[in-house]
Design a protein around this ligand. Structure first.
Ligand code: PLP
Length: 372
């Protein structure tokens, strides 16, 4: 069987977990958490990184940092994972959904400005499949209307916009190390803080609202409760696992990109029939995902079952949030035609480090046969 995803081990995960245990400190912010922070800060120039227990938590931390309160409005794509929305809904925000663009599932940046009101506080772009949203347009709007930009970079590790790392352009950027992402610690995440003014408070909120981090650096002589917070920091065991993966990031990315390129080359002849991923000139491809967009729901259903008959697991993706059971009645009723289209027609093909090139060839042959 060819699964949709299979976790990959570099071989050092257990060794580092053992080292963490031997160090005598396996709670948060231990040796491997520090190494992981340094890795990201050095490699991508993020001002400050903080590991979290998930991207979901990183987004919740971001919503707390920008003081989202009931009645605030947040603009985000409808075609995204629930966590992008939950972080803000939990603080009482009203969600204002944009449609996806016609060329890829990212938010249609031209649809944002008419949605901005006096209550708008933030724009939350999601870099779908690790392909950048047009960040210049988003940052210009944010400057013009004094809004925060929180990048949901869950899928966007090691991907760039005009040479700048995703997650490092908005005020805050949230990453995921969930099992399904390029780099994984099972569950895990990180907040990149790109605006200095958030650094101190982010450390405090992440540590139950205490100034514990400052205390451990010797900046204050006792620590205590300074504002409402939560516990967003992972155990150093998680960080140890993560660091083993980060060390092999280049190798992982190289293989994924080669698999992705093979899909793209093999399926190119179908471009007149189905929509294939296109990388805008301002973006890079981090090979997080290879997807195709079928012409209709029925076609996608038939293709999924054909692949399944050959023991290949392909999967559809989001049910757009404006159509979800929870938000349907709260949505303002605008029709989001492209988001609906991706909901019904987008199909993700197997993509993981240990996928064989011959398996990609097999999958592509079956898809080509289906369409010819
Ligand atoms: C995976 C993902 C998340 C959630 O990440 P977790 O680490 O599982 O919380 C959020 N947003 C997007 C776009 C994702 O793909």
């Amino acid at each position: 069987m060819i699964p949709f995803n299979k976790p990959f081990l570099t071989g050092n995960e257990f060794k580092y977990i053992q080292e963490a245990v031997a160090s005598g400190k396996i709670s948060g912010d231990g040796m491997f958490t520090k190494k992981s922070h340094e890795f990201f800060e050095n490699r991508y120039g993020f001002k400050k990184c903080l590991l979290t227990t998930s991207c979901t938590d990183a987004l919740e931390l971001a919503a707390l940092l920008i003081d989202i309160a009931p009645g605030d409005e947040v603009i985000l794509p409808s075609y995204t994972f629930v966590s992008t929305a939950n972080a803000f809904v939990l603080r009482g925000a009203k969600l204002v959904f944009t449609d996806s663009g016609p060329d890829n599932p990212n938010m249609d940046v031209n649809a944002i400005e008419p949605l901005i009101t006096s209550r708008t506080r933030a724009i939350v772009p999601v870099h779908y499949a690790g392909i950048a949203c047009d960040m210049d347009v988003i940052m210009e709007l944010a400057n013009k209307y004094n809004l925060y930009v929180i990048e949901d970079a869950a899928q966007a590790i090691d991907s760039f916009y005009k040479g700048r790392p995703l997650g490092g352009i908005g005020h805050l950027g949230a990453f995921s190390f969930h099992e399904t992402k390029n780099i994984s610690s099972g569950e895990g995440g990180m907040l990149a803080i790109n605006d200095d003014k958030f650094i101190k408070r982010a450390e405090i909120i992440r540590e139950k609202g205490t100034n514990r981090s400052q205390y451990f650096r010797g900046e204050v002589d006792k620590y205590g409760w300074v504002e409402p917070g939560s516990s967003f920091l992972p155990s150093d065991l998680i960080a140890a696992f993560l660091f083993a993966q980060l060390e092999r990031l280049d190798m992982i990315q190289q293989k994924r990109k080669a698999l992705w390129d093979l899909y793209a080359t093999e399926l190119e002849p179908l471009r007149s029939i189905i929509q294939l991923p296109e990388i805008p000139g301002y973006a890079t491809n981090n090979a997080h995902m290879f997807y195709i967009v079928c012409r209709n729901l029925d076609e996608r259903t038939r293709l999924i079952s054909l692949l399944k008959q050959h023991d290949i697991l392909s999967v559809f993706h989001y049910l757009s949030l404006h159509e979800s059971a929870y938000y349907k009645n709260k949505h303002d009723g605008r029709i989001l035609q492209n988001a609906d289209h991706y909901t019904e027609c987008l199909l993700r093909l197997p993509m993981f480090f240990n996928l064989e090139f011959s398996e990609v060839n097999l999958i592509c042959d079956l898809i080509k046969k289906f369409y010819n």
